[in-house]
Each structure stands twice: as C-alpha cells, then as structure tokens.
Design a binder for this molecule. Structure first.
Ligand SMILES: [Zn+2]
Length: 218
C-alpha cells in the first residue's frame, strides 16, 4: 500500500505528477478542493458544517477539514492507497492527519516535495493572458494564438493579463505559500518520510524520480 502526500507550490507540476502516479499505482487521488465541493453538493453533515463557514466568508477550521478527510479516507474505494493533495497545509493539520491515519490504520508511506525555483514558478504562472473581446485564455509557454497577436476564437487583437496572473501578484502568492510549506517539510523530515524532488526537470524525469521513491514503498 502506498499512502502519499504530494507537496509543492502552485505551478510545481503536482497535477501532472499525480496523473502519472494514479495511472501506474492505481492510487485514489484526493484533492481537498474536490472533497469540499462534493460534500457540499451531497449536503453531508460535515459538508453543511463547512458550508456554514464558507458562506460567511470565514476559513473552514482545521477540525472540520480533518473530519472531511477522515470520512473520505474511510471509503472502501481506497484499496491500493491514496495521494493527498491540498491537505495538510500546516503542521496543525499534519498532526490531525497523524490521528486519522492511526485510527484508520493507513499510515503514510511517503511525503514528496516537488521543488522548483521561484523565478521558474513566476514564469510559468504569469504566462497566462486573455482576449479582451471574447475572454479566450492563452499561455505564452504552452498555448499561444495560432497567428501571433490575433485571437483564434474571435480574431480580436486586444489582449490583457488578469490581476491574479501578474508577476508581482504571483510572486506574493508564492511567498505566502512557501512560508506555510517550510514548517510542514520540517515536520515530515523529522519523521523520515520526506523526499525532495527537482521539479525543474522534464515531467518524464520527475516521474522517474517519484517512481524510484514509490517502488520502495510497494
Ligand atoms: Zn477573442
């Protein structure tokens, strides 16, 4: 059984790595965002509790998120193991997770942190831009318009960048995330579970490194 936490800042390639891990090891990918949406849509007890905070614009307390995670990890579809994505974010949440994995007898086997230099993340995350006329989304690195300066969808020539995607804003968001990540890495380092992997490599090479860690857990 492989029970994995994937850590990494936005843009570090967690999504791509998760897909490849799920393909090879048949783990259940558990994203906190999806879990919240599902629980609220199904109006479960914990889902409604979480909603009452979100509706007031408040943060959902760690204890409520942890209850949701425990409910999800108790489901029978998790046979080969799980990848947790988006939880824990803090050491307090990591301690709550320790209790959960102990109660369910599903101990963590690995914590992998995908690391990419800040400049690279800023470059990746601020590459997005949009058409002013129709809102079509493009990316300077991965999805340029077919004819430079002309929107594929509407033929418009005016483009803009959303406030959230501007390099200064992206940089700020990364710094906030990094501050939260550092103590979490220490926490798992001390438990001997942490492996740091260089996320600047090609997705294939990143997966090779991930695979080397996971095959030891198998
Ligand atoms: Zn357009």
């Amino acid at each position: 059984m492989i029970n994995l936490i994937l850590l990494g800042l936005p843009g570090a390639g967690k999504g791509t790595a998760s897909e490849k891990i799920v393909d090879k090891y048949h783990l259940t990918h558990i994203s906190t965002g999806d879990m919240f949406r599902e629980a609220m849509a199904n109006q479960t007890k914990v889902g409604l509790e979480a909603k009452s905070y979100i509706d007031k614009g408040n943060l959902v307390p760690d204890e409520v998120t942890a209850k949701l995670v425990e409910e999800r990890l108790s489901q029978p579809d998790i046979k080969e193991g799980f990848i947790l994505d988006g939880f824990p974010r803090t050491t307090n949440q990591a301690e709550l997770l320790d209790g959960i994995t102990e109660r369910l007898n599903k101990p963590l086997t690995s914590v992998i942190s995908l690391e990419v230099a800040e400049e690279t993340l800023v470059e990746r995350l601020s590459a997005r831009f949009m058409c002013k006329d129709c809102g079509a989304t493009y990316n300077k690195l991965t999805k340029k318009p077919k004819v430079e300066g002309t929107c594929d969808r509407c033929g418009g020539h005016d483009f803009y960048q959303r406030e959230d995607d501007k390099p200064e804003v992206v940089k700020n968001r990364l710094e906030v995330n990094e501050k939260m990540n550092a103590p979490l890495k220490d926490f798992y380092e001390k438990k001997g579970l942490l492996t740091v992997i260089n996320g600047e490599q090609t997705p294939e090479k990143v997966f090779e490194d991930v695979d080397a860690v996971l095959s030891k857990n198998k």
